[in-house]
Design a protein around this ligand. Structure first.
Ligand SMILES: [Zn+2]
Length: 251
């Protein structure tokens, strides 16, 4: 059996961090699943906000595709330089695609993956709009089972709705808010520390310094998130799936 880390590197190699897609091709890719949960990674490649290019959050797209392979969930992730920031702009093409997928596949939960810098004082930061996009308890219970905790130290520490609650800044519509408020589907944002996801930084990454994550921590993170996907699929949520009305793309 292929080691998760090898597979993660393989999947991540397909991502074009800094080049736009070929003409007519989308900036993101949907890996079809058979279960009603979608793993999203809108910042898997570099993206554009207010005319400025923001660096990719490397290994979040690879992680989304790996988790989809392991669980049968759907994945939607950036695979090339984006002309918008899907975690900011209300009219990002990524969001239209997400709305369509949530509707068509009766998705009940969207897990939105992001990458936090290595210096952050947490392993994973959970954002649930302070409980409005989903009750954080379900997520905490699963992650506690894998050695993560609010009182744990550094890479095992969980930050809950503090540093990145998913609410966004002024004028920002995060994926989590879009899911909760427009699509009426449960959602959570997970910011994963670089040590927990970056197997080895690729030469074309924006960050020039060589960087290797912690293999044992990455394996533990993959196991924990795969478990989390299972648990979120099994949880009975209070409102029916995919009730949101997808937005119409701009003409
Ligand atoms: Zn991000």
């Amino acid at each position: 059996m292929t080691d998760w880390l090898d597979r993660l590197v393989e999947l991540e190699t397909e991502i074009n961090y800094r080049t736009p897609p070929p003409p007519g091709e989308p900036e993101f890719y949907h890996r079809a699943g058979r279960r009603p949960l979608l793993i999203s990674a809108p910042h898997g490649a570099a993206h554009t906000r207010a005319g400025r290019i923001k660096d990719e959050e490397d290994y979040t797209a690879g992680m989304a595709f790996l988790l989809a392979e392991l669980t049968g969930a759907h994945a939607l992730a950036a695979v090339a330089l984006s002309s918008t920031d899907p975690n900011w702009a209300a009219n990002a093409p990524y969001k239209f695609r997400l709305a369509e997928l949530v509707h068509r596949h009766r998705i009940r939960f969207v897990l939105d993956l992001h990458g936090a810098a290595a210096y952050r004082d947490f392993g994973i930061a959970i954002g649930t709009l302070h409980g409005r996009s989903c009750p954080p308890g379900v997520i905490l219970q699963v992650l506690h089972g894998h050695g993560f905790g609010e009182e744990a130290t550094w890479l095992s520490r969980l930050d809950v709705d503090e540093t990145f609650p998913g609410t966004g800044a002024d004028g920002q519509e995060t994926i989590t808010r879009f899911c909760a408020e427009t699509l009426h589907v449960k959602a959570a944002q997970l910011e994963v520390n670089a040590y927990l996801r970056v197997v080895r930084r690729r030469p074309l990454a924006a960050e020039r310094n060589p960087f290797d994550g912690e293999p044992e921590h990455i394996r533990r993170t993959v196991a924990a998130l795969a478990d989390l996907v299972e648990q979120l699929i099994r949880t009975r949520w209070s409102f029916p799936p995919g009730t949101g009305i997808p937005r119409q793309p701009p003409a």
